[in-house]
Design a protein around this ligand. Structure first.
Ligand SMILES: [Zn+2]
Length: 490
């Protein structure tokens, strides 16, 4: 048996004015044998596909895999290029592969495509026909529509956020398709929506009652004969698309009624709990969050984490401005802030130099505006890291021009030139820094950081800002999302 392998993934923040273009996707894009060799052993969906192929004696055929994390909508040119490459690869392989294992995020959008993941699948179907076996592994934050379910043979999404189960999800999707191809089982899918637009900050699967909801799904998988796989998608609130929001997909061994009933049951439970899924009491304003963090840091044995969660592009300055203004003397570090312009200026000036910078806050008017700082360059240069953390383990990221800066008064930042959040120890370890040396660590991840930073930190204080990923989604200018959903309607 031979299976084609491909991916095209983006978590699209459609409110951002720019688009994510070919140059952004091309950095990590792999095709052909490079895809197979480069992603084998990684904790990614494709890494999971490859592991199952190896275990089952199946030959993987690499097409194209590209992704750009969480950023503005994909450009039409990027969609056409990467989807075009996948479709062309399948056209070339016609009759020489038995199916496709595909990784999509589920929150892909372009300015003209508000159901872009469905359109990826439809473009593939137009080439290979309605019966060609396609398994898709999605992110937990996918905005999954009925059109996506209709176009896939089978699909599965991550169960956890932080997404420690990326490879496991790839394996689940691949195994279900392979068993069907071998005639060992049928496949049917059920789909239901609870009508909830959940902000990412409340999608951490360790938070109650989301943790209990997820456990219900695991129990149903375990104890309901015929139920093979369940995904409760949390959706991605910052992609303004008609299918924005939570959804449930249930896969059975062929029993459509059971799949549908089970999906409806879980969506109903989520619906019942809609109000308590929003843990609003955990979210502070910036001034209160900074005060509490500095107070706690005085008596804490471990660093205190402040989470500026509404920042989608890793450059917002609200909390850093407040921390600088306090002149508290606390040792503060804000790792992996996005500012390619300043990073390049620091690389040009060189390690040891002092530079005046207009730092960060530039990606949109919502980012808080740049900070005027005089910075001592602790280190500057081109940086490539091999991820050692629990997510994307083993993957290589070229951060581009990068710098570690001392802004004075105990406050340090590091700058990188790609969209990547600090979620593990790499922003410290790979730059000769030690997280435990700091009193306050300022992060921008939504949930992924928790796996490493919950044990590392004394506490995690979440602050809300007027940026593009707020906890109060009713402040966003939605045009396409269903305003009949909670929390727009009770
Ligand atoms: Zn996600």
């Amino acid at each position: 048996m031979r299976l084609a392998i491909a991916g095209f993934a983006l978590e699209s923040v459609t409110f951002l004015p720019e688009t994510t273009d070919i140059a952004d996707f091309s950095r990590g894009a792999l095709s052909g044998n490079e895809l197979v060799e480069g992603l084998a052993g990684t904790n990614t969906s494709v890494g999971g596909f490859l592991k199952v192929c190896k275990a089952e004696g199946i030959e993987p055929v690499g097409l194209t895999n590209a992704g750009a994390g969480a950023a503005a909508s994909a450009s039409e040119a990027a969609f056409d290029k990467y989807v075009g490459e996948i479709v062309a690869g399948l056209a070339e392989l016609k009759n020489e592969v038995d199916g496709l294992l595909l990784h999509l995020h589920g929150a892909l959008a372009t300015p003209s495509r508000r159901n872009a993941d469905a359109q990826v699948l439809q473009a593939i179907r137009a080439e290979v026909g309605p019966d060609f076996p396609i398994a898709v592994a999605f992110d937990l934050h996918g905005n999954i529509g009925q059109d996506v379910v209709d176009a896939a043979t089978v699909l599965a999404g991550y169960h956890y956020s932080p997404h420690t189960d990326m490879a496991v999800t790839g394996k689940r999707a691949a195994r279900m398709l392979i068993a069907k191809l071998r005639g060992q089982q049928g496949l049917a899918m059920g789909y239901a929506r609870p009508g909830i637009i959940l902000p990412s900050i409340f999608s951490a699967t360790c938070l109650e009652p989301l943790a209990t909801l997820m456990q219900h799904a695991r129990d149903l998988e375990m104890h309901t004969p015929g139920v093979l796989d369940i995904t409760i998608f949390c959706g991605f609130a910052y992609a303004d698309v008609p299918d924005c929001g939570m959804s449930v997909v249930v896969v059975t061994d062929g029993d459509e009624g059971l799949a549908q009933r089970t999906a409806k049951r879980l969506a109903g439970l989520a619906r019942d709990w809609r109000s308590v899924l929003f843990r609003r009491e955990l979210v502070l304003d910036v001034a209160t969050g900074v005060s509490q963090a500095l107070d706690l840091a005085k008596r804490a044995a471990k660093p205190v984490c402040i989470l500026e969660h509404a920042d989608r592009l890793n450059d917002s300055t609200y909390t850093l401005r407040e921390l600088l203004a306090r002149q508290s003397g606390a040792r503060v570090f804000a790792p992996f802030m996005f500012d390619p312009e300043c990073a390049a200026a620091c690389v040009a000036a060189g390690t040891g130099a002092t530079v005046d910078l207009q730092l960060c806050g530039k990606t949109s008017p919502q980012a808080g505006g740049p900070l005027s700082v005089s910075a001592k360059i602790i280190w500057a240069g081109q940086k490539t890291i091999k991820v050692t953390g629990p997510l994307y383990t083993g993957a290589t990221f070229n951060l581009g021009p990068s710098a570690v800066l001392d802004l004075g008064g105990g406050v340090m930042v590091s700058l990188i030139s790609i969209q990547w959040s600090a979620i593990d120890r790499d922003p410290f370890d790979q730059f000769g820094l030690v997280p435990e040396d700091f009193d306050v660590i300022l992060l921008r991840s939504k949930t992924h950081f928790r796996h490493v930073y919950t044990p590392l930190c004394e506490d995690i204080l979440i602050v809300d800002t007027p940026d593009w990923g707020p906890a109060d989604v009713t402040t966003l200018p939605y045009e396409y999302a269903d305003r009949g959903s909670f929390p727009f309607q009770p």
